[in-house]
Write a protein that binds this ligand. Structure first.
Ligand code: ARG
Length: 572
């Protein structure tokens, strides 16, 4: 049991014994949620606001706080003091250290995991790249936030389904196939991949300016794709394959995986029933030749379902996808990790699902995020200004390699560590602020070994490992927890003990950055401890306690980094 839960249980008991007949007193669980952490540590480790009891007891909060404090008889756990209507708890430092360490050591790298999500499923739609488009820095957030959330939900016991909802549908693919047939070569597309496809597409538009009949040809090829014509499908599937081969390189570097690549084209044959259902439910109305769902009463523009030529669109596919996912995975949550620019699209889609009578529409969540710029320059797809993810990652590794060469010339596996640090630096930056905030990626910050960065946290992890290697037999000695009652150890223990709450909150708010923050705070607190105390010196039982604290820190940092998709080298 963690300390907060313990205090909550004891406080609930204390209330019950004081006022056995009162109704509406909070039970331990609610009480735990009410326990606040005072901003000033001089006011204690936790504070219970007695205002919550004012109504059920019909008494003023300061009086309640006094009565509770007088009745409290668990000094071995915490001493208490009434302050302005709060019951303030001051943990017994040695007891706190002993209890916290017992949990930390027994759970190790699983500390913070739970079975909260047992039997529940979360679908996560992330990365969701477009065919024949390059994978650039603008795709980093959807990929990494989604990947991290998947790990977080897994860690909390949920079943997760990672979906790369490929953008593999649209008239542009007809044009691309058409251009390929006219001017393309297999070798060129094989060797230059997306660059070659992009050039074909650009050429199509240039030539179509001179010869408008090309547009018809492009449309005809798209029709062939729609009708599953073997030749058209062969070329198009191969474009897809080339794109995914390219993306796979990036996914491998980032350690990102998916359970499904069912993208837009997957829903080709699954939209007809949805359209019929919309019609049957009287939701489909005609507007300027197109078929839409009217959302005026929701203060939104209509959701376009069928264009005037009968073609389906992005939203139609998302409706079919949501229904398919519910029928297939029976999700309890379906998360869409997509840039905030698509906010209206998702509000429309979710609202239409609601209007169709699906109660689970409320379980669909758009997990929006801000934009990424690079060294102060906004991203633009215009030539010269796109930062390709693959290049960025390679550069990060190369830069990390140089720094490591300089800092640790004797390190054995420099290449491997440079890979972990370089990739980690990029990922950390992406997950370092609230997701809705725009991010400016800067090398100096990302690779600053002394700042708030992946290398800093990773270095702290390696430092723990180094201490543990030197500790030898102390790892097995019986610890004297009274060695962990100093301010620095207590501050570190407090952060470690809150880690499970951080994970849950990160899941609740779909906010991996909370974990980034927590591991950074823990790393800083450990370094402070490390500079103020000589871990391996002195009494063996006392040293053993400090070594145990080091081991617990190592495990939590490793887990935290894992949850945000970053590796933890043991030597740096
Ligand atoms: N491919 C889309 C884009 O790049 C993102 C797809 C997001 N997922 C979805 N189910 N709509 O904008």
């Amino acid at each position: 049991m963690d300390m907060k839960t313990r205090i909550a249980a004891l406080a609930a008991e204390c209330m019950k014994s004081l006022w056995p007949d009162a109704e509406g007193l909070p039970a331990a669980e609610e009480l735990r949620g009410l326990l606040a952490v005072p901003p000033d540590p001089a006011l204690g480790d936790y504070a219970f606001p007695c205002f919550r009891l004012a109504r059920p007891l019909r008494t003023a909060p300061p009086k309640i706080a006094e009565a509770l404090c007088a009745a409290w008889n668990h000094a071995e756990v915490a001493s208490v003091r009434p302050v302005n209507g709060y019951m303030n708890f001051f943990l017994n430092r040695e007891n706190f250290a002993a209890e916290t360490m017992a949990v930390l050591l027994s759970q190790g790298e699983r500390f913070g995991s739970s079975d909260l999500g047992k039997g529940k499923t979360v679908c996560l739609d992330y990365s969701s790249i477009n065919i024949a488009k390059r994978f650039h820095i603008g795709h980093l957030s959807t990929t990494m936030i989604g990947h991290s959330l998947k790990r977080i939900f897994d860690f909390l016991g949920y079943t997760t389904v990672g979906i790369n909802h490929l953008g593999d549908w649209g008239t542009q693919f007809g044009k691309m196939v058409c251009a390929y047939k006219k001017w393309g070569s297999r070798e060129d597309v094989e060797s230059r991949g997306i660059d070659a496809m992009t050039e074909l597409y650009v050429r199509f538009h240039e030539e179509a300016e001179k010869d408008p009949t090309l547009e018809d040809e492009g449309r005809a090829w798209f029709k062939k794709i729609e009708d599953n014509d073997p030749e058209a499908m062969e070329i198009f599937s191969w474009f897809k394959e080339v794109t995914l081969r390219d993306a796979a390189k990036v996914y491998e570097k980032l350690g990102v995986t998916f359970d499904s690549y069912a993208g837009e084209s997957f829903y080709n044959d699954k939209m007809e029933p949805v359209i019929q259902e919309l019609r049957d439910k009287g939701l489909l109305v005609q507007s300027e030749g197109a078929w839409v769902v009217d959302l005026e009463e929701d203060n939104m523009p209509p959701c376009l379902i069928l264009k005037s030529d009968g073609a389906t669109i992005y939203a139609t596919r998302d409706l079919a996808a949501a229904i398919y996912r519910q029928n297939t995975y029976h999700f309890d949550k379906c998360l869409y990790v997509v840039a905030y620019q698509q906010d209206l699209h998702f509000r429309q889609v979710f609202r239409v699902l609601e209007k169709m009578g699906y109660p689970w529409a409320k379980d669909c969540v758009h997990v929006a995020f801000g934009m990424v710029s690079f060294e102060g320059e906004a991203l633009s797809t215009r030539k010269g200004n796109v930062v390709l993810l693959d290049d960025l990652l390679d550069q990060a590794v190369a830069k990390a390699r140089e720094i490591i060469e300089e800092k640790s010339p004797n390190l054995e596996n420099k290449d491997e560590v440079a890979r972990q640090v370089g990739i980690g630096a990029v990922v950390y930056t992406d997950l370092s602020a609230n997701r809705i905030k725009d991010i400016d990626f800067r090398w100096e910050r990302a690779l600053n070994f002394d700042g708030e960065s992946a290398p800093y946290v990773q270095y702290t992890h390696a430092r723990c490992c180094s201490v543990l290697r030197k500790a030898g037999d102390l790892v097995n000695a019986a610890p004297d927890w009274s060695a962990l009652t100093d301010d620095e150890a207590q501050a570190l223990l407090r952060l470690l003990s809150r880690f499970p709450d951080v994970i849950r909150e990160a899941a609740d708010k779909y906010e991996p950055s909370m974990i980034t923050r927590a591991v950074t705070d823990i790393a800083q607190a450990f370094n402070k401890y490390y500079y103020e105390h000589r871990i391996l010196d002195g009494e063996p039982a006392q040293a053993a306690a400090r070594v145990a604290l080091t081991e617990a820190t190592r495990a939590v940092i490793k887990t935290g980094l894992y949850l945000i998709g970053i590796e933890a080298p043991e030597r740096m």
